[in-house]
Ligand binder design. Sequence first.
Ligand code: NAD
Length: 343
Amino acid sequence: MATLSGALIGCGFFAVNQMHGWRDIVGASIVAICDRDPERLKIVGDQFGIAKRYTDAAEMFASEKLDFVDIATTVVSHRPLVELATANRVPAICQKPFAPTLADAKAMVEACIEAGVPLMVHENFRWQSPIQAVRAVLDSGEIGTPFFGRISFRSAYDVFSGQPYLATGKRFIIEDLGIHVLDIARFLLGDVSTITTRTARINPAIAGEDVATMLMDHDSGATSVVDCSYATKLATEPFPETLIEIDGDAGTVRLAQGYRLTVTGKSGTAVSDVSPPLLPWASRPWHNIQESVVAIQKHWVECLAKGTEPATSGADNLKTFALVEAAYAGAASRQPVQIDALL
Ligand code: NAD
């Protein structure tokens, strides 16, 4: 396979994981980087030995011949940068949250379709190997047809020191973390028709909500609860594990803290350890997220090579993003929100 030449825009906190990830990927390499902050550009350029450095993305597109771009900036710049990639006919990966609004996200998907440019959202949580293990149980038929799910992320981990912008936005946990957990619910139980949401702000030092509880009707007939909290102090901090309970008509699957998977189904009960691998460059407790970065990048390269649509394409992510918009609308109105009306 020929090596694809990629560029990364946004050399901040999370992009370092993406740069490590790209070094592990066969078939692609990062040939140029861009950040409007020269200091970040120098830190990441020096760490990963990238000589071609730009403070202006338009200049980079004009100067480089790129097979793809990996956009790792924060949300306000996602639409202009994806549109810049589209105008230059360069396939794009865009970090979550996809866009500031669903209208922006739809416009980005439309622009890429019109230009025939592949677009994937870096929605990586469903790519974590423990989550993939749960999906494999469902696909095996062992627990029959799911009728209930609980996808839970509760923690008191200090995410604000690494990502200070999370403390200042009017929206916090649903937009930043809930988006991943809602995507996992879609991945495991299918698309959603209705969502009912309650939120709270427990930490007085932040601007947005740090607790969200969402009840969803899936098109399959299953009901799920997605619950997220950054105000939950536990004996053993589970960050950043997503815990899962799914009940089917022939059994159950549980992904418990410590990556313990228990399946009770047609062939009895089996308990296994589905801990993610600790990649050489990874560090606990982030290693399950870091591993999923490599998995999604591998998927992107395979999709580009085969000309297939990524599982977490821009078009697919509209359905996850719509849940975020609907959750905020429903939290404000205290009414259930229909998803189809938004799409
Ligand atoms: P950050 O603020 O640390 O880094 C963003 C970088 O982008 C900064 O260095 C900034 O100078 C640069 N930048 C912004 N606009 C730019 C532009 N127009 N051109 C060039 N450079 C620009 O932010 P972060 O914490 O790394 O988050 C980045 C994104 O990654 C966010 O959307 C966040 O939600 C997402 N994120 C994803 C995960 C995940 O697991 N998928 C985890 C953490 C963060």
